[in-house]
Design a protein around this ligand. Structure first.
Ligand code: UD1
Length: 364
């Protein structure tokens, strides 16, 4: 059996690794070890997701926690190097673009352990985003590049990647989405929040470029102030954003918006039920652009660019101009001219199966 380290660290990693890890558990060739770096450590950002996604307890928990980029990445690297030297995995699987992804791929490649990057080739073209640096560097040292959308293939080609490493497999996040849509029956989040299907806007916000600068955060709140007069807003708030609201003294302003519900971060199934039933979603997340495209829900992305352009060319996503007026007019435009959208190629719930097939073949 080949020992495979499946690395997770932050919230958006969990739903990407879950279907891969599950399939590997029944493989006759691959023996998966679930490694959690502890980048996200709050129950609501981590443990509740493991429960919702029916994932096993991590075999290894490194508990690195928060810190500056260098601190966080460095702590993951030091802890993972020890673990990899001790356990000698045959392959390390990393997903997405968070600091834990980069740290794990650097450590593995320097120990001459092959790396598989799931969600390879995505590029926003914006090197001020920490995630863009993580994507570029992770791809550069990976041996298997698993691509979710055609733009990824183009970028990897343009960067001169060896074609043999590149595999167009589709989107593992959508594997989790489709699987868990069948599990929403007992989820009562709409009635708990007293909202009806199609009758509310759902918001998420955590990008440093939006929430770490007072002027951006204030501008976005101006837009929300306007929108909530028209439609209830549900806003499960990321810890980073909560911290910024607190430190800027803006929480009272948000609480004064009577039609905006500020909530703690929600679990996977609650959030999925809300997304599926929202009239529209306003977000700066990467994955939510993809999930709304599959659900056929209008998505306004509060960013100047996206590394997931297929959600715009084929899906229900649109970028909005980052001014209060731009966001509000994007909101009205989405209501008046909803995008119909279609599901991108290979976003069919079988991406993890394709990945595991490639890896099993590589090891036989
Ligand atoms: C990270 C990822 C981002 C991803 C996001 C999803 C990087 C560079 N960024 O951003 O790509 O979209 O996760 O959520 O890896 N915090 C808590 N509890 C937690 C986790 C974080 O309170 O469980 C707070 C800490 O104060 C921390 C801050 O949030 O300083 C930011 O956390 P961090 O992991 O550094 O980045 P995110 O903004 O969550």
């Amino acid at each position: 059996m080949k020992k495979i380290f499946n690395i997770v660290g932050a919230r958006p990693n969990f739903m990407k690794i879950a279907p891969i890890h599950r399939l590997m558990e029944s493989s006759a060739i691959l023996s998966p070890v679930l490694v959690h770096t502890g980048q996200h450590y709050d129950e609501k950002m981590s443990r509740f997701f493991f429960e919702d996604l029916q994932m096993p307890e991590p075999h290894v928990y490194l508990g690195v926690g928060s810190g500056s980029h260098a601190e966080q990445t460095g702590k993951v690297m030091i802890a993972l190097e020890q673990e990899m030297m001790k356990q000698q995995p045959d392959l390390v699987v990393v997903v997405g673009d968070v600091n834990s992804t980069l740290a794990a791929s650097l450590v593995a490649s320097k120990l001459h352990i092959p790396v598989a990057h799931v969600e390879a080739g995505l590029r926003s073209g914006d090197r001020t985003m920490p995630e863009e640096i993580n994507r570029i560097c992770t791809d550069a040292v990976s041996n298997f590049l698993f691509v979710s959308e055609p733009s990824g293939l183009e970028h990897l080609k343009a960067e001169g990647m060896d074609n043999d490493k590149v595999h167009f497999v589709g989107n593992v996040m959508i594997d989790s989405l489709l699987l868990n849509l069948n599990r929403l029956n007992g989820v009562d989040v709409l009635s708990r929040l007293n909202v009806s299907p199609g009758g509310f806007a759902l918001v998420t916000l955590h990008r440093p470029s939006n929430v770490d600068q007072e002027s951006s955060l204030r501008m976005i709140l101006d837009a929300f102030e306007h929108i909530q007069k028209d439609m209830p807003i549900i806003f499960p708030i990321h810890p980073r954003t909560r911290k910024m609201l607190d430190s800027l003294g803006l929480e009272t302003r948000v609480k004064a918006m009577t039609n905006l519900m500020l909530l703690d971060p929600l679990g996977y199934l609650d959030f999925l039920a809300l997304m599926k039933n929202a009239r529209l979603v306003l977000t700066d997340s990467g994955g939510i652009q993809e999930e709304t495209t599959v659900l056929g829900i209008q998505c306004l992305t509060l960013r100047p660019n996206t590394e997931r352009p297929v959600t715009i060319t084929e899906g229900t996503n649109r970028l909005v101009e980052l001014t209060a007026e731009g966001i509000v007019s994007g909101y009205h435009e989405a209501l008046e001219n909803p995008k119909k959208g279609r599901i991108p190629e290979l976003w069919d719930g079988k991406a993890a199966g394709r990945i595991v097939d490639v890896l099993e073949k590589a090891f036989t």
